[in-house]
Design a protein around this ligand. Structure first.
Ligand SMILES: Nc1ncnc2c1ncn2[C@@H]1O[C@H](COP(=O)(O)OP(=O)(O)O)[C@@H](O)[C@H]1O
Ligand SMILES: N[C@@H](CC(=O)OP(=O)(O)O)C(=O)O
Length: 452
């Protein structure tokens, strides 16, 4: 049995749905389907998830959300009309969407999560209705029925192990197609909580592990995962096979084609992942497999830059002799519920790299002031435009001189490199640059390893 996930770009309109349905029904192994919310139909279109965020904000602000609700409904109606589905079939979906403000939520963060989750929920319901309309035996299954239980914050949830116990009891018959909404689960208290953005990939991986799929197929809008983001490098080389570890490093740093957290259930269940193109399903796509099944043929598999970072640089003489220095900084971060991403250090210096999206300007001021007072460093500098370029490849292990090949093209382009971190993971080298240099750094390194 295969779990098949379709991203928002693969379910954006009727034609895309038809492609997805052709894919589902062309292979009897494809039994478990995971849907995202309808994505963009054209470049300046708005994803349904973003419309639902506006809907939630309007409700929170006490404004009339009628127009936004209509926009959302139109998206589903457009798809239904493509298949000639009778209008009354969509009434339960419309009622559910319109009824969202009348439910009670523990707070506005839960309200936002519940509204957002309905993009996937309504799309899964619609997919099941369409499959039935076309004569297939199909069942819409909610996370509540399947027992997908999560904890953490309402808009950045994590799955808990109990989910896998629940899924082990989940039964389905030989012929039916099951359609699950991606992106959300239920808390132990029974409230909807979503994963972080792009999190339908995570639902697919949870189901692949929990239902013991032979493969997790992730259908998107590109032929393969490329060695660099195709929006930054022209016609980058497609990756045929890569390891879970490589993909995790690359997706964490910005290969948005697959969510980094979705690798974890797949690793735990040892499920191979196949990323493929909905618009060209004959292409083999990219296989993501366990390390033991992989023989690297290239030194570098991929290069990527993440621009959503910021860094706190601290300099203090004899830092290495001060017991508890780092601990006191981390305590300040923990007090404000801020986690750090990386922390390279030297004898007198330490740089703490943070996710810029997770902290606001006011919190930055508070944290910097508290560190200044508590630690009294000789120098404290907040770097707001910090980017991390990650060069990743199983083939880099046990190779010498790779770092020279990475730094040389950067030097030739006069790109400043305030940080290099090669160590903990032997398959990745992390280069700190400034945001404005990040794309150029990717192109320079890509060129060195894939073109020369
Ligand atoms: N290295 C990469 N290889 C392929 N696509 C990439 C890469 N890095 C970023 N992308 C982008 O990821 C997009 C697919 O991800 P996303 O839009 O989230 O898809 P979906 O809607 O199917 O979930 C591609 O269209 C591409 O622009
Ligand atoms: N719809 C959600 C979750 C998701 O995974 O979407 P997509 O498959 O379009 O990346 C989002 O936009 O974040």
């Amino acid at each position: 049995m295969k779990v098949v996930k379709f991203g928002g770009s693969s379910l954006a309109n009727g034609e895309a749905f038809q492609n997805a349905i052709n894919i589902i029904t062309s292979d009897p192994q494809r039994r478990v389907i995971v849907t995202s919310a309808p994505g963009k139909r054209f470049a300046d279109d708005i994803k349904v998830t973003d419309l639902l965020i506006k809907y939630a904000q309007a409700v929170i602000a006490g404004q009339n959300p009628e127009k936004i609700v209509e926009q959302v409904l139109n998206r589903y109606q457009e798809i239904a009309a493509y298949f000639g589905l009778p209008a009354d079939k969509l009434i339960p979906l419309a009622e559910r969407l319109e009824g969202l403000p009348s439910h009670t939520y523990p707070n506005n963060n839960y309200l936002l999560a519940a509204f957002k989750a309905h993009g996937e929920r309504l799309n899964a319901q619609l997919m099941a209705i369409l499959l039935q309309h076309l004569g297939y035996e199909a069942r819409f299954v909610t996370p509540s029925e399947a027992g997908i239980i999560v904890t953490g914050t309402p808009n950045n949830a994590n799955v808990i192990p109990e989910t896998y116990v629940n899924l082990s009891h989940f039964t389905f018959n030989e012929n039916e197609l099951l359609v699950f909404p991606g992106f959300y689960g239920l808390t132990l208290a029974g409230h909807i909580a979503t994963f972080s953005r792009g999190g339908s990939d995570i639902t697919g991986a949870i189901l692949a592990r929990g239902l013991h799929a032979s493969t997790y197929e992730n259908f998107t809008d590109v032929d393969a995962i490329y060695s660099a983001n195709p929006q930054i490098v022209d016609h980058p080389q497609p990756i045929t096979t890569m390891t879970y570890r490589e993909m995790r490093e690359l997706s964490y740093a910005g290969f948005s084609v697959f969510h980094d957290e979705a690798l974890i259930p797949a690793i735990q269940g040892n499920i191979p992942i196949n990323v493929r193109n909905t618009n060209d399903p004959e292409k083999p796509g990219t296989m993501i497999v366990p390390d033991k099944d992989f023989q690297p043929s290239d030194i570098v598999t991929g290069v990527v830059s993440g621009k959503h970072f910021a860094a706190l640089y601290l300099h203090k003489y004899l830092l290495n002799k001060q017991a508890g220095f780092t601990l006191r900084i981390l305590e300040i971060l923990a007090k404000h519920n801020v986690s750090y991403e990386h922390m390279p250090s030297g004898i007198d210096d330490i740089t703490i790299i943070l996710d810029r999206n997770a902290i606001n300007d006011q919190l930055i001021d508070t944290i910097c002031n508290e560190i200044q007072e508590e630690i009294n460093p000789d120098r404290l500098e907040w770097i707001d435009n910090y980017a991390i370029t990650m060069v990743v490849g199983e083939g880099m292990r046990n190779r010498t001189g790779v770092i020279d090949d990475i730094l040389m093209p950067l030097a030739e382009k006069h790109i400043a490199v305030p940080m290099i971190n090669q160590g903990a993971s032997r398959i990745a080298i992390m280069i700190g640059t400034y945001n404005e240099d990040a794309d150029e750094a990717v192109r320079a390194i890509y060129h060195r390893f894939f073109v020369n």
